[in-house]
Design a protein around this ligand. Structure first.
Ligand code: NAD
Length: 393
């Protein structure tokens, strides 16, 4: 039974391209019955992608897998056009078997779209974080959702540490002053602090959260705290000197700095809102590189304006690309600083792109050949969640 479950779970519907024990010659005939349609929604790289081939996650460089896929007779459609019923994404999805997306330019696979994609069997996230897919609908339809777990967790953890430092040390206004041609040390020093001696906490202590704790320990914080329904193994918590706090309000009320490192799901959407922000220490710093929609955009901007927050930094937005008028582009603290927002790129360094492109190829190869997938990569298996990270179930 498990062998057939495995076959249903992972094996490609494509007929093997073998004849009398010989592999058939590669073909790029898209109508070949051996091939399947693979649709990828990636971001447009423009001139940068033409000049820098290591920008693998772009429409131009196509994760570096076109030749390989076509040599096996598969049709590979790559687009950045993802919004609305006439988008390439929505049109091509209708008969695609595999969908590749990235969190950086998410093709939002809603329940409605899943209903219109009868052939869809596998979704691969080139990166980490699959909230742009309706995971509950994928469970119901027995569509598997895999991601390249771990591929960019160090990249993000480094960005988190950088963002904490740039907020606490008031770096952005100091740099802007230099670019303006000004020099008034007191104007920036009035809101600059040391990280040493502060209480820092992570909401979510998984792969990224734990790496953040590891990287923060040498700064000699007063205390490192974490909030997660999956407690760290005792040894791991001890190694970084982190204490778990089980009540969320109690957790945030102790922190000078909060870093958010949990996936977006029903239990984290809009979790950091005006109500919770009231329980923060006045003047705390907040860094969110997990998902924009975990924080309420208007409430965060208001907290910065009122002084409840001293700074907010991150690379993730509730809508991506973020519209020009998004409050997070322009919000400031009471002293005109405290904004460390950048576009979604912390997990897409060139090092990370090499890893998630290779990981995507491996997942596809396993799928084509009916080989088992790396268990850590499976978010949704055949009809059930395989991860414990998307909420208590
Ligand atoms: P992970 O699965 O290793 O860890 C996530 C942790 O969050 C788990 O320990 C889980 O129990 C915890 N968690 C879930 N819901 C929670 C809740 N309500 N309260 C407290 N903790 C909760 O995942 P990871 O590799 O550390 O990645 C975390 C998230 O970071 C991803 O899901 C993704 O959204 C985001 N991410 C962002 C980027 C980027 O480029 N900005 C890149 C990679 C990942």
């Amino acid at each position: 039974a498990s062998a057939s479950a495995f076959k249903r779970n992972f094996a490609s519907s494509a007929k093997p391209r073998m004849l009398n024990g010989r592999t058939l010659a590669p073909t790029i005939n898209h109508n070949n019955s051996a091939g399947m349609k693979i649709l990828a929604v990636l971001y447009k790289g423009g001139d940068a992608a033409k000049q820098e081939p290591r920008l693998l996650g772009t429409v131009e460089n196509q994760l570096g897998i076109r030749e390989w896929l076509e040599s096996q007779g598969h049709e590979y459609i790559v687009t950045d056009d993802k919004e609305g019923p006439n988008s390439v994404f929505q049109r091509e999805l209708k008969d695609a078997e595999v969908l590749i997306t990235t969190p950086f330019h998410p093709g939002y696979l809603t329940r409605d779209l899943i209903a219109k994609a009868p052939n869809l069997k596998l979704c691969v996230t080139a990166g980490v974080g699959s909230d742009h897919i309706d995971l509950n609908a994928a469970v119901e339809r027995k569509i598997q959702v895999l991601e390249v777990t771990g591929s960019n967790v160090t990249s993000v953890a480094e960005h988190v540490v950088m963002s904490i430092l740039l907020l606490v040390r008031n770096f952005v206004p100091a740099h802007e002053m230099i670019e303006r041609g000004d020099w008034q040390v007191s104007e920036v020093a009035r809101n600059a602090y040391d990280l040493e001696g502060k209480v820092i906490g992570t909401l979510g202590a998984g792969r990224i959260g734990y790496r953040v704790l590891e990287r923060l320990q040498p700064f000699n914080p007063k205390e490192l705290l974490y909030y997660d329904y999956n407690p760290l193994p005792e040894e791991a918590a001890k190694k970084v000197g982190a204490r778990r706090v089980e009540d969320l309000k109690e957790f945030v009320s102790q922190l000078d700095v909060l870093t958010v490192n949990a996936p977006l799901h029903e239990g984290t959407r809009n979790l950091i809102n005006a109500d919770l922000l009231k329980h923060f220490k006045k003047g705390a710093w907040l860094v969110n590189t997990a998902r924009g929609a975990i924080c309420n955009a208007e409430d965060v901007a208001a907290a910065l304006k009122s002084g409840q927050l001293n700074g907010y930094a991150g690379d993730v937005w509730n809508v991506q690309p973020a519209p020009k008028e998004h409050p997070w582009r322009y919000m400031k603290n009471t002293l005109g600083g405290g904004n460390g927002m950048v576009p979604h790129y912390s997990g897409t360094t060139l090092d990370a792109q090499a890893r998630y492109a290779a990981g995507t190829k491996q997942i596809l190869e396993n799928y084509f050949q009916g080989k088992p997938q790396e268990p850590a990569n499976i978010i949704v298996g055949l009809g059930k969640y395989e991860t414990k990270s998307y909420g208590k179930r």
